[in-house]
Every structure is written in C-alpha cells, then in structure tokens.
Write a protein that binds this ligand. Structure first.
Ligand code: FAD
Length: 508
C-alpha cells in the first residue's frame, strides 16, 4: 500500500495531460472546489492547442474554428463554460470569420459559403440553381440530423421526430449525399469540410459530418484572441487561481494502483502523487499497455480500446509573409483547394507522393493583429496518415519533408496566390512525426481513432473506465476537435464529482 508522505502529494483528483480535455477537466474540478493536480510533460499547456514563434511571427499550431462558443449575448455551451470560469469576455474574446469556408477547384471556380442555415442554403442555390429542389430537401434533412444529435439516446423520440438521424447511421458521407445529388461538383462543395474531420467522404461517417456542418452553420465558427495558446494558458491560469495546482515538465510514467484501484501516478523522475481519482487525457492505448500492469486491465476493455483504426494526422506548412492579405489578394479565412473532382483520386493523393487537397488559412482574416503590420500568417495543411511516415528512412526525413512542403506551396501558388514564394520570410513545417513527438498521440493522430462509418460516436469509449478510480477524456474518447474535447473533459470531471459525492469513486 502506497502512502502520501506530505499534503503536497495528496489531491482529490489528478489530471494527466494538459491537452484541451485535461484543461477542461481541471477547470471544472477547480470550479467545484476540488483539490486538483494537473500534470503536463511540456513546459506549457494545450497539447495541439498551442502556438510557436519563429522570427517575428507567432504561428497558431492547429486551430481553424471552434463551434459551440457563440457570443456573450447568445452563448453556446462552450461560451457558457468560459463565462462561468470568468474568462469571457474580459480575458477571452472570440472572432468569427466572414464565411464558414471557401471552396476552390482546379478549374478556377470558387464557392464562398456563409454561416447561417438559410444563408448557406441560399448560397448553394445561387451557385447551383438547377439543384434548388434537391438542395432544399438536403437542408431539411441536415437540420433534422443536427437537431437529433442533441436528443440523446432516446430511440423512440429519434425515430418519430428525427427519422433521418436514424437513417443516416451507417452511411458514408459520399453515399449519403448521392441520395440527393448527382452533380459531382455540388457533392464536393457540400462535403468540403471533410478536411476538418480528417476522413475523406468515401469513408467518413455521414452522421458525424452532418452534425459538425450543422453546428458550424447554426453556432458559428470561432477563433480566440491571440491564438489557441492563449486559450490554453488562460484555462491553466484559471485552474491555479481557483486553488488547483499545475505542474509542467512532469511526465507521468506509471499509474499507481493499490489492489485493483488506481491511487495515483508516478512521474519519470520517480515523484509520486496520490488522489481519489485520476482523469487521463493521454491516449488510452498507451496508458493501458504501458502505464498499468497488464493483469489489472480487463481483456475485454483492452480489446475495445484497440479495436478502431488510428485516425489521420496532418502535414502543415506555416508561412510568415511580408505582405498583407489585401496585397496577396487573399480575402477568405479558410480556403479548401481541390486539385480534382474525383474524390477517390484525391484520397490516393494524400500520401507522400502527391497532394490532392489543401486547406489554406490566412489568420489575419480572422484576427488582423496576429502578425506585425504589413505581414500575414498563412498555414497550408493536408491530411496524411502517420503510418506513411514509418517507412521514410531517418536520413531521408528532411528531404521528404521539404518535398511535401514544396508540393503544398505549389498548389497554393498555382490556384490561389501566384506570387507567394517571393514574399515568404519564414517557413516552418510539421509532419505527423512532429505531432507525435509533441503530444505522444500514436502516429501523430490529431483526432484519436478514425471517424469512419465503422467507428462513429456510438462507439465512443466511456469516460469512466472499468478500472476503479480511472477516468479518461480527450480525442481518443470523445472524438477529436476543440469543442468535443473541451466538452468531454468537463463530462469526465462531472462523472468524477458525481462518484465522489456518492462515495462510489472506486466502484464501477
Ligand atoms: C494542425 C491541426 C489542426 C487542427 N485543426 C482543428 C480545428 O480547426 N478545429 C478543431 O476542433 N480541431 C482541430 N484540430 C484537432 C484538435 O487540436 C485536437 O483534436 C485536440 O486538441 C486534442 O485534444 P486532447 O484533449 O486529446 O489533447 P492533446 O492535444 O492530445 O494533448 C495531450 C497532452 O498530454 C500531454 N502528455 C502526453 N503524454 C504525457 C505524459 N506521459 N505525462 C504528462 N503529459 C503528457 C501532451 O504533452 C499534451 O499536452 C487540429 C489539430 C491539428 C494538429
């Protein structure tokens, strides 16, 4: 039996990892007066929700848009949480771009899609007037699916009031959109945000995609003042202000157990911390296989954790440019550039050899002061699978990385910004291996497990594990993304609070 020697080592709850899930869990617990310890291996919080500085530029590492924030007058669930924490609006402000996305194709055609359900429908009709009837039918169904997503597990209500929510289960996005449209271009424009789910329309779960698109249209898409690093830092600061403890450079190596119950953690430097419950923001595959003795992990649970495939990662090119967006002719915030209308072809091109789809984001178009006057910060990204980088020999890593970065810049140059190369002052790149090194997510996955039709939200792992006193949050539990992971961290914390109150913390 392990014992805490001092009061400094004993907490109500320990949260491992200060990604978005861990930060939200820590903040929710601190708000509820729990003595919480948040342990993070880096010297700063956020995981992917971070930023970095090169030359005179600060680059946003990941975020494009968070849904579910809303305004101070009309806050959505995340906005309400930030207000409850006393962060929004005084210390935390959010900005919304002009359009939900812009979609540009190899043939020079561009489609600007606005926020707002009606506005989006009108814009689609203006681009594809011959499809008006089908667009209206599709939008009705999208509404039903989006609203059904908030009903919870009530099969009868869903069947009666939101039948499309049920019908769409098990459908892939491309198949689903094919029930409304035959015109390939409109299907590609509507499914364009697949880049945000990370899974192409031939595989992605239509339900997940529709719920996301609906939420962006209805709730808006938001970006915090400065960068997501500021959001992460404010959450960590608030935990401390509310009486919690945040320790950086604290790599958790082992979960400590007494019999079949989790009682704390051991850091790499052998420091021990104890608590009534541990919430783990790390990927459960490594946690269960490396941090807990194998005999303590129920085999059926391990099988369930290992069942889904690992989700996609990302290749990023970060550009600091000595021209303004106006001078570069960039008016949109996030532009998806497709080099083909053939989705299967684009998917084949998402390896290291070729790139078929990129998202070009000009951050000055959402937060004008993100870079010094007269300059812009632009990010080019494409989805890649981390496993494709396994076969790159170490001595070729930098040349492959440079080649892929050059491919992305070439697409941007060819279809959106012809003179870009002469204005680049700073260029930094990140591969799936960078993502792995930074967060320790397997294969640098950015959304945890894959979001294919075989692994929808219905298969998400529970926040409370079958191992006593061990809870989970983060992308591998809640599906990836800012709002799911912030919401999921809170849900895990609320589960712990409920169990603590019932005195059932060690039970199942
Ligand atoms: C380039 C890019 C663009 C993206 N764009 C968007 C977007 O526009 N919208 C959106 O919603 N989502 C986006 N995402 C996805 C989103 O960022 C992630 O899904 C989300 O941040 C994952 O949060 P998480 O809670 O799982 O924590 P993670 O970010 O995975 O963080 C885990 C934390 O645990 C720490 N850690 C790991 N091991 C240990 C250990 N042993 N001990 C202590 N600490 C440890 C890590 O250092 C890290 O801080 C993007 C991601 C990337 C990379």
């Amino acid at each position: 039996m392990h014992e805490a020697n001092t009061d400094d080592q004993k907490f109500d709850v320990i949260v491992v990892g200060a990604g978005l899930g861990g930060l939200a869990a820590g903040a929710e617990l601190a708000l509820n007066n729990k003595k919480v310890l948040l342990l993070e291996k880096h010297e700063s919080p956020g995981g992917y929700a971070s930023s970095f500085v090169r030359g005179r530029f600060e680059f946003e590492s990941s975020l494009h848009q968070i849904d579910s924030v809303g305004t101070v007058e009309n806050p959505r669930p995340l906005g309400k949480f930030f207000m409850k924490l006393g962060l929004m609006p005084e210390r935390l402000q959010f900005f919304k771009p002009r359009e939900v996305y812009c979609s540009t194709f190899y043939d020079g055609k561009s489609y600007v899609l606005p926020f707002g359900f009606k506005e989006y429908e009108d814009a689609l009709i203006s681009y594809f007037p011959e499809e008006e009837l089908q667009i209206r039918k599709f939008m009705k169904v999208l509404k039903q699916i989006g609203e059904g997503a908030h009903v919870g597990i009530k099969p009868l209500k869903l069947l009666v009031k939101y039948p499309w929510f049920v019908r769409v289960l098990g459908l892939k996005l491309d198949e689903f959109l094919g029930r409304f449209f035959t015109n390939r271009r409109i299907i590609n424009v509507v499914s364009q945000l697949w880049g945000y789910v990370g899974q192409n329309p031939l595989d992605v779960n239509a339900l997940m995609f529709c719920a996301m698109l609906h939420s962006y249209l209805v709730n808006g898409g938001w970006f915090p003042n400065l960068t997501s690093h500021n959001l992460s830092l404010l959450l960590a600061t608030r935990i401390v202000e509310l009486g919690g403890t945040v320790k950086y450079n604290a790599l958790v190596d082992r979960i400590l157990m007494d019999g079949d119950r989790v009682i704390g953690v051991e850091l790499l430097n052998k420091e021990h911390y104890y608590a009534d419950a541990v919430i783990n923001n790390l990927n459960p595959r490594c946690t269960l296989q490396k941090m807990i003795p194998p005999e303590k992990v129920p085999k059926s649970y391990l099988r369930r954790v290992l069942a889904p495939s690992i989700g996609p990662s990302i290749f990023c090119v970060y550009l600091g440019v000595n021209r303004t967006p106006e001078q570069l002719g960039l008016s949109a915030y996030a532009t998806f550039i497709s080099t083909s209308d053939n989705i299967a072809e684009i998917c084949l091109q998402s390896g290291l050899e070729e790139t078929g789809l990129i998202v070009a984001t000009c951050y000055n178009n959402i937060f004008p002061n993100i870079s010094p006057p007269g300059t812009s910060v632009i990010t080019l990204i494409t989805i890649q699978m981390g496993k494709d980088w396994h076969s790159v020999p170490p001595q070729e890593y930098y040349s492959v990385k440079d080649k892929v970065a050059n491919d992305l810049v070439s697409i941007f140059e060819k279809y959106l910004c012809p003179d870009i190369r002469q204005y680049i002052e700073v260029c930094e790149t990140a591969t799936p291996l960078t993502a792995y090194r930074y967060t320790k997510n397997l294969d640098g996955s950015i959304y945890g497990a894959d979001s294919s039709v075989y692994n929808g939200p219905a298969f998400n792992l529970p926040h409370k594990s079958p191992i006593k006193s061990l809870y989970f949050c983060g992308a591998w539990i809640d599906g990836g993304g800012y709002s799911p992971n912030l919401a999921g961290g809170r849900i895990a914390a609320q589960r712990v609070l409920k169990d603590l109150k019932k005195g059932n913390i060690g039970g199942n």
